[in-house]
Design a protein around this ligand. Structure first.
Ligand code: NAD
Length: 280
């Protein structure tokens, strides 16, 4: 399942929509604190793709030793600015900065990463709001590749609020209708559990965790994990062995990563609509 191709399709269709409604400048703002190299690359890619989608993007960068007050006032300024529709605070923030206090300042309409308490609450309550981009990107991949989810057994490996937990909600909610098991670091005999699944979503951050013996013939395997090794970026899935067994599989890189960006941009256009800054 090719995430790059789908991301390009999403970007092209957003561009068409934005160009067709010529009056609207849809704006994504990012906040980056510190000098974490991967975060710098992620943010740069988000801006590049936002511009390709015909959006305006704004970037606020703060030093590694920025104070809580400085980070909060940067976010507050974007929250109060009517020309900004989506706000993304790139995580992780440096140690010592209280993440929750920062995220709490993002209004739910502008929370295009879907990670704040209020967005999570909306997801749980089934109300309109933004859904975290990575699990949303996984749903989009499954959907666009025609993977049946209704009544199917899914295992999600990992229980973070960023990926695993919202993934479980999305797979299990009405309309998707999978029967979902949440696996984590204390799960016993993960391989046996996964072998019973029609769909495996691996989001543990452990290189090569999912091997061919985890996968039943024709199952769908989606790799979210990212580990940086001497050999480059690898996922949680041992791609070479698993692809021999799986019916569908995402590569790493080139699978879920680009879909995360595609969904971030979709959320940003949705944010502009929610704020009444873009025609419905
Ligand atoms: P996290 O560290 O917060 O959570 C990892 C989860 O995996 C934990 O719940 C833990 O219980 C579980 N886990 C760890 N080892 C395990 C094991 N051996 N067996 C079963 N479960 C195990 O990480 P996160 O923020 O959820 O991210 C997970 C991975 O996804 C990371 O590698 C991260 O870099 C990657 N990621 C990718 C994208 C993307 O766009 N593809 C986006 C966000 C995060």
């Amino acid at each position: 399942m090719d995430g790059n191709r789908l991301r390009d399709e999403i970007v092209a269709s957003l561009r068409q929509e934005i160009e067709a409604a010529s009056q609207a400048a849809v704006c994504l703002a990012t906040v980056l604190v510190g000098n974490d190299k991967p975060s710098q690359i992620y943010v740069r890619n988000k801006h590049r793709k936002a511009q390709e989608a015909g959006m305006v993007s704004r970037h606020v960068e703060l030093a590694q030793n920025a104070t809580q007050t400085e980070v909060q006032s940067a976010v507050r300024e974007l929250a109060d600015d009517d020309s900004v529709h989506g706000i993304l605070v790139q995580l992780p923030l440096p140690a010592g900065v209280d993440v929750e206090a920062v995220l709490d300042l993002i209004p739910p309409e502008k929370d295009v990463d879907g990670l704040t308490e209020r967005s999570m609450g909306r997801l749980l309550r089934g109300r309109v709001g933004h859904v975290p981009c990575t699990p949303l990107g996984v749903m989009e991949l499954l959907n666009r590749y025609g993977i049946e989810t209704s009544g199917r057994r899914a295992v999600v490996i990992g229980r973070s609020t960023l990926v695993g937990l919202p993934q479980v909600l999305l797979l299990g909610r009405k309309g998707c209708d999978a029967t979902v098991t949440l696996a984590h670091s204390r799960t016993k005999d993960l391989a046996a559990l996964c072998r019973k699944a029609d769909i495996i979503i691996a989001a543990a951050g452990m290189a090569g965790l999912v091997t061919a013996d985890f996968v039943s013939p024709q199952a769908t395997v989606v790799d979210v994990g990212i580990s940086r090794t001497a050999a480059g970026i690898v996922g949680d899935v041992d791609f070479d062995s698993v692809q021999e067994v799986a019916g569908a599989i995402t590569p790493m890189p080139g699978g879920t990563g680009p879909m995360t960006i595609g969904c971030l941009l979709k959320n940003t256009l949705a944010a502009a609509r929610m704020l009444g800054a873009f025609p419905r």
